[in-house]
Design a protein around this ligand. Structure first.
Ligand SMILES: Cc1ncc(COP(=O)(O)O)c(C=O)c1O
Length: 568
């Protein structure tokens, strides 16, 4: 009883607070037991993109030499790098440092960017050098000129897919997808596109901050859930899409591919949404967060399909293993419904916005929505010092260019191989490999496991009911019956060389009783966890771990289909 009371406290916490509590608990447990603590927490990948980073650090050395070329004071002061002739100097310097890591990449990168984007070499190299030094405020504040052009090209591949949408997107470089979300919410409200009390739709399941932000007193939005159920392989059903016909719903926010489902919108779902917007809801504002798009072949975002209605959010964090760099982008098409809706606001609102942005421009009504997001990100008054730091923007250029130069998509194949290998190790560990086939929309970065279903089938009703009663249900809705599993970090046991790594997820009972411990032991072993005492041996798990004798497979064929369909 005391355990249940303790657990009830968790219901008042946000999912991230619960996560912190569980980490504390797991650390304590690992100190007193033989279980190792592995954190699959935030979906932080455990690999990094090395080539563009090598380029970055070598470029920094050249930049310092350029600074000293202008002025070298014995007290350690340098000058500001100058553009004239800088591309030729860089080329010569790279030849001299040809043995250094990154030299080959940088040499090819400049030639590639000049050719692909039509850059003037001195202007491009000077932007890189001056920015990596970081001796100026960001100008233009929204994004550096060459960086914007490069990232635009990158996003055409990473988000838009085929066919390439016509026209151009205006980009705003921001501190990761996190900042993108904050800035967009803020500007939609400031520009009277969303008012407190308005209704928006969220494609669920969704990355939980979207659920939390909408309910903050700052926004106080009403939320309609557009569900992508497991039974429909995490695609929105027709009935759910139909809800969007309601004109009360002002905006629809989605994460694609999903977090936590790992599923990208299928071509059919995109076609249905496109049809809905074109025929019934041309006024529907869309926000798509496509952080995981690069883990799906031929990914196509709503940004590519419905560019006029869509605000795109992209983050470099996951694909390039650079969560610490804080690199993200907001994309708004030059021809978009947001600007048009602002122009049609009631007179009083237009006047209020004239006042809000009047200090920035003599013609505030001509200020684009994307530039309003930039201004709002610094509470308008500090707009002159807005913008992502310049060394960050250089790293963003180099990540984007490295991917664009990789014609054979070797880096993408390697990232996909890692997450898929881990996902399939887990599926094998669950004894499901023979029941599931690949799903081209699945990114393998996250996955939802219906452990209740699985345990009922593999351990038996009695064990499930016991687990539910004793502890886990009392911290619903976060833990039981679904746990999110991530295939991107060390938690997936990536160090085993055979490629058949055991996945390590743990259901953590608060104070294990003998019976509960035995049930969890069976579950742990059956999903492929190894402890020092237990070796994974498919088919003989129970005998090996000395777990309980429950082993029913009382599940109906319908329920079995339901579970396995989500993984195909
Ligand atoms: C869907 C989604 N959006 C945004 C973020 C934030 O990422 P970052 O701020 O590192 O770019 C995450 C991180 O997990 C995410 O899963």
């Amino acid at each position: 009883m005391a355990d249940i009371l303790t657990l009830r406290k968790f219901e008042a916490l946000s999912p991230f607070e619960i996560k912190d509590e569980l980490i504390k608990l797991a650390k304590d447990t690992s100190r007193t037991t033989q279980s190792a603590f592995l954190n699959a927490g935030r979906g932080n990948p455990n690999w990094i993109a090395t080539t563009p980073r090598e380029g970055f650090f070598l470029l920094g050395q050249f930049a310092i030499s350029e600074s000293k070329r202008v002025m070298e004071h014995p007290a350690g002061l340098g000058g500001m790098p100058q553009p004239k002739g800088i591309a030729a100097r860089f080329n010569a310097w790279l030849k001299k440092h040809a043995e250094s890591d990154g030299a080959e990449f940088l040499t090819a990168m400049v030639a590639f960017a000049v050719k692909t984007c039509g850059f003037e070499p001195d202007a491009f190299v000077h932007e890189l050098v001056d920015s990596i030094i970081g001796d100026n405020y960001p100008v233009p504040d929204r994004m550096l000129v060459h960086n914007e052009r490069i990232v635009h090209e990158y996003l055409m591949w990473a988000m838009c897919g085929k066919p390439r949408p016509a026209g151009k997107f205006d980009l705003y470089a921001v501190e990761g997808g996190t900042a993108a979300m904050c800035y967009i919410f803020k500007s939609l409200k400031a520009n009277r596109l969303l008012h407190p009390g308005d209704t928006i739709a969220l494609g669920t399941p969704i990355f939980t901050p979207y659920l939390e932000m909408t309910h903050l007193e700052d926004y106080a939005l009403k939320v309609v859930h557009i569900r992508a159920p497991q039974e429909n392989r995490f695609q929105f059903t027709d009935e759910e899409i139909k809800k969007l016909e309601d004109p009360k719903i002002k905006a629809f926010f989605i994460v694609n591919p999903g977090n936590p489902t790992g599923m990208a919108l299928s071509k059919e779902t995109i076609a249905k949404l496109t049809n809905l917007v074109r025929t019934k809801r041309p006024d529907l504002m869309l926000l798509t967060d496509d952080v995981y798009g690069t883990f799906v072949h031929d990914f196509r975002s709503l940004l590519g399909e419905l560019p006029q209605n869509t605000i795109g959010v992209y983050s470099y964090s996951k694909y390039f293993g650079c969560t610490g760099w804080r690199l993200g982008v907001i994309a708004v098409h030059e021809d978009n419904i947001f600007d048009k809706m602002i122009a049609k606001l009631p007179d009083a609102d237009v006047k209020a916005l004239d006042k809000r942005y009047g200090a920035l421009t003599l013609e505030p009504r001509k200020l684009k929505f994307v530039d309003r997001i930039v201004a709002d990100s610094r509470d308008v008054a500090l707009n002159h010092t807005a913008g992502l730091s310049l060394p960050q923007q250089v790293m963003m250029s180099l990540f984007s260019l490295a991917e664009m130069m990789d014609g054979e998509k070797k880096y993408q194949a390697a990232c996909m191989e890692i997450v898929n290998r881990r996902a399939w190790a887990m599926i094998e560990g669950l004894g499901l490999a023979d029941k599931l086939g690949p799903n081209p929309n699945y990114d393998a970065y996250y996955g939802l496991i219906d452990f209740e279903f699985w345990a009922r089938k593999n351990i038996g009703d009695e064990a499930v009911e016991y687990l539910r009663r004793i502890s886990i249900r009392s911290i619903s809705p976060f833990a039981w019956p679904r746990l999110t599993a991530s295939c991107c970090s060390t938690a997936a046991g990536s160090r085993r060389p055979t490629g058949r790594s055991a996945c390590r997820w743990r259901i953590c009972p608060m104070r294990p009783t003998k019976k509960l411990d035995a049930a969890c032991g069976a579950l742990r072993v059956a999903i492929g966890m190894r402890t020092r005492r237990q070796k994974l041996c498919p088919g003989r798990e129970h005998a090996r771990c000395g777990g309980p004798s429950w082993r029913g497979s009382s599940t109906s064929p319908r329920a079995r289909r339901r579970f396995s369909s989500s993984w195909r």
